[in-house]
Design a protein around this ligand. Structure first.
Ligand SMILES: C[S@@+](CC[C@H](N)C(=O)[O-])C[C@H]1O[C@@H](n2cnc3c(N)ncnc32)[C@H](O)[C@@H]1O
Length: 281
């Protein structure tokens, strides 16, 4: 019997059509949309989910909002502890899901050089001396980058003090010692780098001019963003093999040549989260 059938078996039939069929399990915490369930059933129903899916805490799915991409608010449905730990590609990440975000959809891409060929080719920078991670968060990419480039200095920046607290903890847990952490706005940074990682979605373009000024000659920017498939000219699967002209033109206007382009994941019905490998002109 699959987990959802097991859950249904323990819940009153009248509520079956309101039960969330999808959920995210991040470490030992479950996030799902229980908004259709009446408040007086919430505690009982979320406890059933917790028991069957073997988690210590159940959270209502809420939007991750604002510049810092923090959870809008936290509704604890079952349990009390919002701190959890994840192991991914041999690395450990501790985080507090009430204060920081974690995107399960980016898993393959966070593998950096340990990932499949299409991922590792994006993150192959030769022998960079300095890499700056503009939106380091709790270390999503920083820790893999530091491990992949042990001879490079990694400068990791994040504006959210809660992310920085977990980033420092995660560096220690993974025995990483080539990362210099800054709790600041990435646009205040004056360090020079061979590579800048822009792991952000929403208005990444607003940070590209500053990245250009931080980069050494022919420096590389890894640019994440979400665009409309129509604007990108992506109609069928085979379109993904080429670099969209609209995107190339925009990057050129911002002082970069687009060397590589790929799709990370769907981002809503008509948008895609994309990644590109840009070289400073
Ligand atoms: C979208 S999250 C990163 C998601 C991540 N790439 C993943 O794979 O799950 C963005 C991070 O950027 C940080 N941030 C937002 N604006 C910033 C800024 N201007 N300077 C530095 N950090 C910023 C936020 O605090 C947050 O930790």
């Amino acid at each position: 019997m699959n987990p959802f059938d097991k859950i249904k078996k323990q819940v009153n039939e009248d509520l079956h059509h309101k039960l969330p069929k999808k959920w995210k399990k991040i470490g030992d915490i479950l996030i799902a949309d229980f908004s259709l369930i009446n408040t007086n059933h919430l505690s009982h129903v979320s406890q059933i989910y917790a028991n069957i899916l073997k988690v210590k805490t159940v959270l209502q799915k809420n939007k991750v909002n604002g510049e810092l991409r923090k959870p809008e608010r936290t509704d604890l449905l079952f349990g009390e502890d919002t701190e959890t730990e994840i192991t991914e590609y041999g690395l450990k990440y501790s985080m507090d899901l009430s204060k920081t975000m974690w995107s399960p959809g980016n898993t393959g891409w966070r593998a950096v050089l340990d990932g499949p060929e299409k991922v590792s080719s994006f993150y192959n920078f030769g022998s960079p001396k300095v890499i700056i991670d503009y939106f380091a968060g709790i270390g999503y990419f920083t820790i893999q980058l530091a491990k992949s480039y042990p001879n490079a200095k990694i400068i990791s920046i994040d504006k959210n003090p809660d992310s920085i607290k977990y980033l420092k903890k995660n560096l220690k847990m993974n025995n990483i010692d080539n990362v210099y952490v800054l709790n600041d706005d990435c646009r205040n940074i004056t360090h020079k780098a061979d590579v800048i990682h822009l792991g952000y979605i929403g208005n990444t373009l607003d940070f590209l001019e500053h990245a250009h000024s931080n980069l050494n000659d022919k420096g590389i920017a890894i640019f994440h963003e979400a665009y409309n498939n129509n604007w990108l000219g992506l109609k069928r699967r085979s379109d993904w093999e080429s670099i969209p002209e609209s995107f190339c033109k925009l990057m050129k206007e911002n002082g970069f040549i687009t060397k590589k382009f790929d799709r990370v994941k769907f981002y809503g019905p008509s948008k895609s989260h994309i990644i590109s490998f840009l070289q400073k002109i």
